[in-house]
Write a protein that binds this ligand. Structure first.
Ligand SMILES: [Zn+2]
Ligand SMILES: [Zn+2]
Ligand SMILES: [Zn+2]
Length: 430
């Protein structure tokens, strides 16, 4: 909570500095009209879970409609739940407008919606997991703007989080199925290994998503200059991003480094396997053993190798954060994909660049910086863009704006061959 408040203060400060700009601060964010879809959800229809849903056309939510997905603690006192048709496991989907009404009702005792205490607390609980999806037309509109902005930027950098790897099979942190959401539910606040999103698949079986591939393509085209990632899954490097054009803030599961000479080794297998041949060493900061069981092969070194994963309590690697800061300072445009931008130092990096920074954010959850995307520049247009939805859907549209139909077809058609290449670069655990 404190963190949120400090971020809001930061945003307010930022706004006051830019007081010459007009803002849309007064507008409520989830007003982004009609909405949503995800590649595999295109065909799906949902029922709005607000029983008195007043949206014209009834409770059926087309995949095109702006919607919100939430998950609440399951209530044991079902008889006190009357307003929302909660689904299995406390899940619910609403029209954006219906959700706004319900949220208002939690604060306003004069609201026409009368909530029991149980249901009010369920809604407030569910609010923390809300995942928003904009309407398809809104995503298309923003994709055009984003393509134009990044193409015309001088130094566009990309900031990525777990949300771009969910399509590859890696778990998310927040949101309806997020690891932290589940952790909070289980009331299990253990910190061990909490720094990584749980993978639903072994990490060596993960492959770059549409978004990973698009970012590499954009880098080849010179449209984006650098990637800063919170992910440890190694998928950006696997997609082809060169080591000197990425800062993996929280480490890379496939990279280990020498305790003595700091030489780095990039492997085709995940570097977390411990060997009994090597004495364990509890890290003084995260209390976890980083040693992988292998030794440095530099002549005369023989140092123990350690994984590069940053756990809670660990410091970020100096060179890595330094590189990220240098790039962030040069940036005039930041494309932030699949991150809630809540974990330090994301908050500093996205605002470090040339002003006015063009902040383009796409993910399903709100971030502390959403209002900054909507600040207006001298031309009375928003300087950035805020898209609620899946990164792959947005990036597909962005790529179709930046490539000719022939280029797009040839590039997308190349995925089959690329998957073979990725496979050659990955082996199972050694
Ligand atoms: Zn509704
Ligand atoms: Zn060494
Ligand atoms: Zn540690």
């Amino acid at each position: 909570m404190e963190f949120w408040q400090s971020q809001c203060k930061r945003a307010k400060f930022y706004k006051s500095v830019k007081s010459s700009w007009k803002t849309e601060l007064g507008k409520e964010l989830p007003k982004l009209a009609n909405m949503a879809t995800s590649a595999d959800q295109n065909e799906k229809e949902f029922l709005c879970c607000y029983k008195d849903c007043g949206v014209t056309g009834g409770r059926t939510l087309a995949a095109e409609d702006a919607r919100v997905d939430v998950r609440a603690f399951e209530s044991k006192s079902k008889q006190k739940v009357k307003v929302v048709d909660w689904q299995e496991g406390g899940a619910a989907t609403f029209h954006r407008a219906c959700w706004s009404e319900l949220l208002k009702a939690t604060k306003d005792s004069t609201s026409s919606i009368s909530l029991s205490d149980v249901e009010r607390s369920m809604i407030l609980d569910a609010k923390k997991t809300a995942e928003y999806h904009d309407s398809k037309s809104s995503v298309l509109h923003e994709a055009k703007r984003i393509a134009y902005i990044i193409k015309n930027s001088r130094h566009c950098i990309v900031f990525t989080g777990a949300g771009i790897s969910t399509a590859a099979g890696i778990g998310d942190f927040r949101g309806i199925d997020g690891k932290w959401t589940k952790r909070d539910k289980l009331k299990n606040y253990g910190s061990k290994g909490a720094g990584q999103a749980a993978s639903q698949k072994p990490v060596e079986q993960l492959r770059p998503t549409y978004t990973h591939e698009a970012l590499f393509k954009l880098m080849e085209m010179g449209v984006i200059k650098f990637v800063i990632s919170q992910n440890t899954d190694g998928l950006h490097r696997l997609s082809g991003i060169p080591a000197d054009q990425i800062a993996e803030l929280h480490g890379n599961s496939f990279i280990e480094k020498c305790e003595e000479c700091e030489r780095r080794y990039e492997r085709s297998f995940p570097c977390r396997k411990k060997s009994t041949a090597v004495p364990e060493k509890k890290c003084p900061r995260c209390r976890i053993n980083h040693r992988t069981g292998r030794r440095c092969s530099q002549p005369g070194c023989q140092g123990f190798l350690m994984n590069t994963i940053i756990n809670f309590g660990d410091y970020l690697e100096k060179d890595v954060i330094g590189g990220a800061q240098t790039q962030a300072t040069m940036a005039d445009c930041v494309l932030a994909l699949g991150s809630t931008l809540m974990v330090s130092p994301a908050n500093d990096l996205v605002l470090m660049g040339q002003q006015p920074i063009r902040l383009l954010i796409c993910n399903r959850q709100t971030t502390p910086y959403d209002i900054l995307c909507l600040l207006k520049g001298p031309d009375d247009q928003p300087v950035g863009s805020r898209v609620f939805g899946d990164c792959d859907i947005l990036m597909k549209q962005v790529m179709s704006e930046l490539l000719t139909p022939e280029e797009l077809q040839s590039w997308e058609g190349g995925r089959k061959d690329r998957l073979v290449e990725y496979g050659l670069k990955r082996t199972t655990v050694r």
